[in-house]
Design a protein. Sequence first.
Length: 475
Amino acid sequence: MYFPRPLRPSLKWILAVAMLAIATPQIAQAEALLVVEADSGKVLQADNATMPWYPASLSKLMTAYVTLKAVKDGRVSLDTLLTVSPTASSQSPSKMGLRPGTQVTVDNALKMMLVKSANDMAVVLAEGIGGSIDGFAGEMNQTAQKLGMTQTSYVNPNGLPADGQITSARDMAILARAIIRDLPEYEYFVHIPSIRFGRRVTQNFNKLIGRYPGADGFKTGFICASGYNLVASATRDGKRLIAVVLGASSGRMRAIRAAQLLDRGFANNGLAWLRPSLGTVDNLVPIDTTPPNLREEMCGAKHKRPASDEDGEDTVASAGASTNGDSGVSFFASGLQAAMPTKPADMLAQPAAASEPVVVYTGPTKTGAALIAAVDADTEKLQPAKRAKGKHTRVAGKKSDAADDAKGDAKSASKSDNKPAAKPVRHANAKPDAAAAKPAADKPAAAKPAGKPAAAKPAAKPKAEKPKADAKPAG
């Protein structure tokens, strides 16, 4: 067909129309996805980005922001000593498990909170900076309002289930941008690969760290009601992107989702003319509704094992073949994605790049020989628990990560996904005492076999079986 020259369509126009014609936007069910440019706030993809959501341990990003602003403003320093209170010690896992009265610096508490997602350290910081959980929550809410996080409210500093603990993907991207913009000198806290406390090494639950090229932040979160959440960032060729994933089906899947979003965001840099403008993240219009409750999907009776950040192995194969979060905004990049040499699922299945764990410890700031002595002392504090429970201690520690994680969530919120913060604390107060009593009772039992080396072997067998019976309920 011949077109007169003035009416002849350009190749660019034909390509754009063809792509738009075949594009079929797909909004992921029970998932919120968002990608923005860190410097400009320009939105590259947004699916359910303004749907209210339970933040879980993403709340700790605001706890870190308020704390580090207090450091920057001179209210406290990174070397300021804070004391673990009974309230902090009684928080549900994941936690460091330090006893009441133990002292820890702001610096070490932040590292423990952001890498291990330690709920007790979040409360230590809240009480140390704000005087109380309620006082600190007030500071968190004031800061959220100043930053323009209009869909966010906080009740506690760690994200354990509580009425009114709500956010959105939009607001999480705004907070991530604020951390980059306002606290560049402290940004290293959000991309520490791992920490070592005594002999115990904990990897960052953000699986992109050390695996995804250019990954440089931020934080994970999980409770049964929210599903698996992740705020992640990466930098390539001087351009930094922020991806937010809320409500993924597993710890592995949220990392895959984030990697896919970042890949498309970087691939789309030269194709802006094909995409309709979505404006900036601040201008996304909030949705007035209640947050979805994913408890049945995440932690219902159909699950053969408790949900945790370590349950994603069976999702890797299927995740690489489906995005379920594609929208018409990023349709063209999906074609480029297929040509990339490494799929996110394959990339994230690899071990993280080798790195030296950052040492964390209790007590005042130390260096040199004093630091070595502090690490040895913390190692000794961990020894009784390891002798009593053996390998099961480490396994349970990994599977209960970010409670944030299901174990803490299931115990503190089995009747309601969002109880007031005071209830989980009171309910947990009795547990540490009971838990603390067990190791004390186990020590004499552990000493008897050592005192009877010549005793008949049958006497040792029932004692070896007891720890296994104790370990089953914990798993």
